[in-house]
Design a protein. Structure first.
Length: 277
């Protein structure tokens, strides 16, 4: 099976770390094998955490590790001028409008702690589903009504198609945040459709997100997306056995570059045996 296009989708919310390098290297390897082109799509909708230096770091890292891409911005200024998610806000908003017109959206005023107290393990129990809160109210998030059970078919790279129901932690997932911006699930889905992505390589921690996006695509008739193939790869863990995170400052690529490690020495750290030692 050959694929047309895959993507790197880093966000400028911290310095890239070894886990990001692993994911992008795997993407590049599979793209080459499948003859797919690579889009660089920077997920910058979260303006609160985004910083210029983090944006710069994405380009420096790709260049340092000689990771190729054929589509998308060549540098930070081109990203800001032409490729920022802000420039596609109208696409996300049109999509939200369509969901509203289908009667699939409700407003929710619950705080995080209210949800933790109402449900188990932060599963949203649908508290506001029948409360008819106006979507135009301030300080509400918008949720997708996921009451309809949908048979989700997930094509995992190199495996048979598997069938799932929407996982519990994704019930009535958020599609517009309290700050009025479209959620990650919406931006990611709409961008992948917009750019014609047919192969998505991402960490296992995002598998539930993939299912949520497939659910939403099926509800809204985005049929091309239903044929997307996914590769959910294992995550690199730190010495304590936790997933690497940008906010914790774990082992950033920049740290190793500044320490004078060359490309090969950093790639060698991706071997789980050698990692962190
Ligand atoms: Zn609620």
């Amino acid at each position: 099976m050959a694929f047309k296009k895959t993507r790197y989708a880093p966000s400028p919310s911290g310095f890239l770390h070894l886990g990001n390098l692993y994911s992008m290297t795997l993407t590049a390897t599979i793209a080459k094998k499948e003859g797919a082109s690579i889009l660089l799509r920077i997920d910058d909708m979260d303006k609160v955490r985004a910083k210029k230096e983090y944006l710069q770091d994405i380009f420096e890292s790709l260049t340092f590790f000689e990771l190729p891409w054929q589509e998308g911005p060549r540098d930070a200024s081109e990203h800001e001028d032409r490729f920022s998610q802000t420039s596609r806000l109208y696409l996300y908003e049109n999509f939200l409008e369509e969901l509203i017109n289908k009667g699939l959206v409700f407003a929710c005023t619950c705080s995080r702690s209210e949800i933790e107290h109402a449900g188990t393990h932060a599963v949203y129990p649908g508290t506001c589903k029948n409360r008819n809160i106006s979507l135009r109210e301030k300080n509400v998030c918008w949720r997708l009504n996921t009451s309809e059970p949908i048979d989700i078919q997930l094509k995992e790279y190199g495996k048979k198609t598997e069938r799932f129901l929407l996982p519990e932690n994704m019930h009535h997932f958020i599609i517009r945040r309290k700050d009025g911006l479209p959620s990650y699930q919406v931006c990611s889905l709409i961008d992948d459709v917009h750019f014609g992505i047919d192969l998505i390589v991402r960490g296992k921690d995002l598998k539930d997100s993939s299912l949520a996006q497939l659910y939403m695509a099926q509800l809204s008739g985005l049929n091309d997306f239903l044929n997307t193939t996914f590769l959910h790869h294992p995550l690199l863990l730190n010495k304590e056995g936790h997933k690497l995170s940008k906010s914790a400052g774990d082992t950033s690529l920049q740290y190793y570059r500044n320490m004078g490690y060359n490309k090969e020495a950093i790639f060698a750290l991706l071997n789980p045996e050698g990692f962190g030692s």
